[in-house]
Write a protein that binds this ligand. Structure first.
Ligand code: HEC
Length: 134
């Protein structure tokens, strides 16, 4: 995790409108791995803020819109930008920027030691979110 390879990939990320249409890796994302990352309390921390289709709904966060249905509301590219760097869309968002684009950005205290996701993990998470169609 927090791999050093591709750590300067942020320069090559193409943001088009509110989306990153091109995958960050040539290996397609794996939705099962993405699900594991989103559900993991140490890696993604997504469930600190979001609810999602996971068994322990009660211990999930309510600071953010539910992830359920995200694959209907957003295209794959839009989801990718939201994971890579939500602050591009909303500078005041509490959602951390998960990819290296976040490097050098101010992050909240709780996230300062939080490993960002590597490119493949971003693709895995996006692949999972795309499947959330209701
Ligand atoms: C600290 C809280 C927090 C964490 C952690 C967090 N998010 Fe978010 N997220 C938000 C908030 C708040 C929004 C609403 C948009 C905004 O604030 O700009 C959001 C928006 C989103 C959206 C768009 C939702 C919609 O339908 O409008 C997606 C998808 C998303 N987050 C996925 C994730 C994933 C996947 C993770 C973990 C890898 C994650 N978030 C971690 C707070 C968080």
């Amino acid at each position: 995790m927090a791999s050093t390879a591709s750590s300067h990939a942020s320069d090559s990320i193409d943001v088009v409108g509110d989306a990153v249409p091109q995958p960050l890796t040539s290996t397609p994302g794996d939705a099962d791995r993405g699900r594991a990352i989103v559900g993991d309390r140490q890696v993604g921390l997504c469930l600190m803020c979001h609810t999602g289709p996971f068994p322990d709904e009660r211990s999930q966060g309510t600071l953010a819109p539910p992830l359920a249905g995200a694959g209907m509301r957003w295209s794959e590219g839009q989801l990718r930008l939201r994971i890579v760097d939500s602050r591009r869309l909303n500078p005041d968002t509490i959602m951390p920027s998960y990819f290296r684009a976040a490097e050098g950005r101010r992050v909240g205290k709780a996230f300062r030691d939080q490993p960002v996701l590597d490119a493949q993990q971003v693709e895995d998470v996006v692949a999972f979110l795309v499947t959330l169609r209701r």
